[in-house]
Design a protein around this ligand. Structure first.
Ligand SMILES: Cc1ncc(COP(=O)(O)O)c(C=O)c1O
Length: 320
């Protein structure tokens, strides 16, 4: 794991050491006031046997945006990138090459001042660890449109990858799971009338043949997969739109057959197809995944690109 401390107003020398427990004071501010942010990205074994990181620059940028919002120190992007490359180079043998498998990379930062009282910490620890992961479970999921609880509100921290966002989402997700749903479709905090995200993924729908995703905002995390899927789709000649999607539009579209595909997109699963969407008083199924045209095509193309099986025409793969 890579570790670097922030003290005396600046980042100190980083170090790579064996993965293991960290020793911190019980009074560390992270435990009490929640200054904690993280990122998630992957390294892929390429067709030629080498290893590439997928768009790490986007994660570094997003990490610094999260840091800024949480009053935490930003990282020099080059120092962050060098740490990633060095660490993954040392862990190279752990990068699997099975279909769908990859090395997951988890950078994070926590507040380490021993201090009781609410203010920004003056000391932080930044760390990165990695972990080989297998292909994700791909069966289509049942999702419920959430109209009571909120993941993110205007003026809040939804656009940041702040640990507290995830803690707050556990209870409503648990309630949905108890009713037999795998995941929530989050709606806006004000009216609960517009679709925002799908669990911890960005949401996408094919509406009248157009690949449509809610536009990013201060309440939606700007996903790297979302951006990649939209760019790839446009490049493949698939019509694309980023706009508000009303819950009512989705419901009507599922009934009329205008909505033909619905899926979440994120680093963990890449594409997670939905089998049905539950509204307050009815459950509406999607057509069977085998009939989908857009998501399977993009999923195959994105996978081939990340693994160096086709030309990386966007310059997204960063070789070690
Ligand atoms: C809330 C939320 N939305 C969307 C995403 C998807 O982002 P990405 O594609 O960068 O993994 C994630 C996962 O990182 C997330 O936690």
């Amino acid at each position: 794991m890579f570790t670097m401390d922030f003290e005396d107003g600046k980042w100190q020398q980083g170090r790579i050491e064996p993965y293991g427990p960290m020793t911190v004071s019980p009074a560390s501010m992270v435990f009490h006031y929640g200054q904690a942010i993280f990122e998630g990205m992957k390294a892929y074994r390429q067709a030629d046997g080498s290893v590439s990181l997928f768009r790490p620059g986007r994660n570094i940028e997003r990490f610094n945006k999260s840091a800024h919002r949480m009053c935490m120190p930003e990282m020099d992007p080059q120092v962050f990138m060098d740490a990633l490359v060095q660490l993954v180079s040392m862990d190279e043998a752990w990068v699997p090459d099975g279909e769908g498998a990859s090395l997951y990379i988890r950078p994070f930062m926590i507040a380490t001042d021993s201090f009781v009282g609410v203010r920004p910490s003056e000391r932080y620890t930044f760390s990165i660890f990695t972990c080989p992961v297998n292909a994700y479970y791909k069966d289509p999921v049942k999702v419920k449109v959430e109209t009571k609880y909120t993941r993110a509100a205007p003026g809040g921290t939804g656009f940041a990858k702040a640990a507290g966002n995830y803690a707050a989402s556990l209870y409503p997700s648990k309630l949905a799971q108890e009713k037999g749903f795998h995941q929530l479709l989050w709606t806006d905090a004000v009216e609960h009338a517009y679709i925002e995200e799908s669990g911890t993924m960005n949401a996408m729908f094919v509406i009248d043949g157009v690949l449509t995703s809610p536009h990013t905002s201060e309440t939606i995390l700007s996903g790297v997969t979302r951006d990649s899927v939209l760019k790839l789709a446009a490049d493949l000649g698939i019509p694309v739109a980023e706009r508000r999607i009303a819950v009512a539009e989705l419901r009507e579209g599922l009934k009329s057959g205008k909505v033909t595909e619905a899926f979440g997109v994120g680093t963990a699963a890449t594409i997670a197809p939905m089998a049905l969407i539950a509204f307050e008083d009815e459950e509406l199924p999607l057509p069977a995944y085998a009939e989908w045209k857009v998501a399977p095509r993009i999923s195959t193309e994105l996978d081939a690109l990340r693994r160096g099986r086709i030309e990386d025409r966007f310059g997204w793969n960063i070789p070690l």
